[in-house]
Unconditional design. Structure first.
Length: 334
């Protein structure tokens, strides 16, 4: 192949990157016995019998010598929790293995922990591939975990959500209602229904404590940020569209869930031991509900759902104060 492609290299790259892949780190040892590793998404399966896989390495890569001379290398299909490692192994020249726990694979080739799958390989063929070298490896051993795999799409890390074969329609009706009516595909309906179905489990607990959902929001805010004024509490729960009244705080105080501290002219509210215990009970139940849903969806899909929900929250955020950032000692009151 001699003819130089006439198309724009960036456009070509962009088009290629629409092909969604997993992400791998491939490890070996160089002639000095030092561990070598590189991030690669060119990995693919080739043959089941004999078991063969392939990947390609840029001729400009510092690791080319090591991979060309050592016949043994290990492929790690990265899990979502290994995104940081992917970045580290995609950089040149730094000590990529610093502080990383390793197992010793076949021929002492490094094996990383917490990957979705690992393949221990020996080079069967090497091919010229333009500005890359293609390695085809015979798989000598492999293992697999249940950790959801990291994906890569159009230059960005991604999580995959499975699309069940039978579809995800809620209703069995064959025809969708006309445009002017509500449909099961309305985002607000889906999120609203999800919320109510999830909190249904928690209502019994709230009833035991004679609390309504809104009163409980107050306790949960105070369990994250103590010593808030009524105004501050209201800012944090304003996303619910309902206002916390002085009388609700009085009620919570009477129930001994919260106590008032005087701060000059200002009243600040803190959780009592009972309030904290009720919050902890609530958190434990919320976690149990989440675990149940996660088991039904699968860990990867549950994580993908959380990311999408956070994006929806950001996209619709009217600029609320962030409850989750660490409180700065000298920061002015919100
Ligand atoms: C998600 C991702 C996938 C990559 N895939 C490959 C690949 O398949 N082949 C390759 O040569 N470089 C690939 N790279 C780039 C290398 O990881 C990068 O050039 C690295 O610096 C090479 O390390 P080295 O120079 O120490 O050998 C990829 C980078 C990222 C972030």
């Amino acid at each position: 192949m001699t003819a130089m492609a006439s198309f724009n290299p960036k456009a070509f790259r962009d088009a290629l990157s629409t092909f969604t892949t997993g992400v791998t780190i491939i490890t070996t040892r160089n002639a000095q016995g030092e561990p070598i590793g590189v991030t690669a998404n060119s990995f693919n399966s080739v043959s089941l019998n004999p078991p063969l896989v392939l990947w390609s390495l840029a001729k400009s890569a510092l690791s080319l010598d090591a991979f060309s001379s050592n016949k043994h290398w290990n492929v790690h299909v990265l899990s979502v929790e290994q995104e940081g490692l992917s970045g580290r192994f995609a950089s040149r020249g730094e000590d990529k293995f610093a502080d990383i726990e390793l197992d010793r694979g076949i021929n002492d080739i490094p094996l990383l922990h917490n990957s979705t799958a690992r393949f221990q390989c020996r080079t069967a063929f090497m091919y010229e591939g333009g500005d890359h070298v293609i390695f085809v490896g015979e798989v000598l051993g492999f293992d697999k975990s249940e950790l959801p795999a990291l994906a890569f799409q159009s230059g960005q890390y991604a999580l995959t959500a499975r699309k069940p074969r039978e579809g995800v329609r809620l209703s069995s009706a064959n025809e969708y209602p006309p445009e002017c009516s509500y449909t099961e595909d309305l985002l607000g309906y889906l999120i609203g229904r999800t919320h109510f179905q999830l909190v249904a489990y928690l209502r019994t607990l709230l009833q035991n404590h004679k609390l309504d959902e809104h009163a409980f929001f107050v306790l949960s805010v105070l369990s994250i940020r103590d010593r808030l004024t009524l105004e501050q509490i209201n800012q944090f729960v304003s996303y619910t569209g309902r206002e916390v009244s002085q009388s609700m705080l009085l009620f919570l105080e009477k129930q001994r869930f919260i106590a008032v501290e005087a701060d000059g002219d200002v009243q600040r509210f803190v959780l009592t031991a009972d309030g904290r215990e009720a919050s902890l009970e609530h958190i434990a139940l919320a976690k149990a509900v989440e675990q149940d849903v996660t088991e039904k969806l699968g860990a990867g899909d549950a994580q993908a759902l959380k990311i999408l929900l956070k994006r929806v929250i950001h996209a619709t955020d009217p600029g609320l104060p962030d409850l989750w950032v660490a409180e700065q000692k000298n920061s002015p009151n919100i």
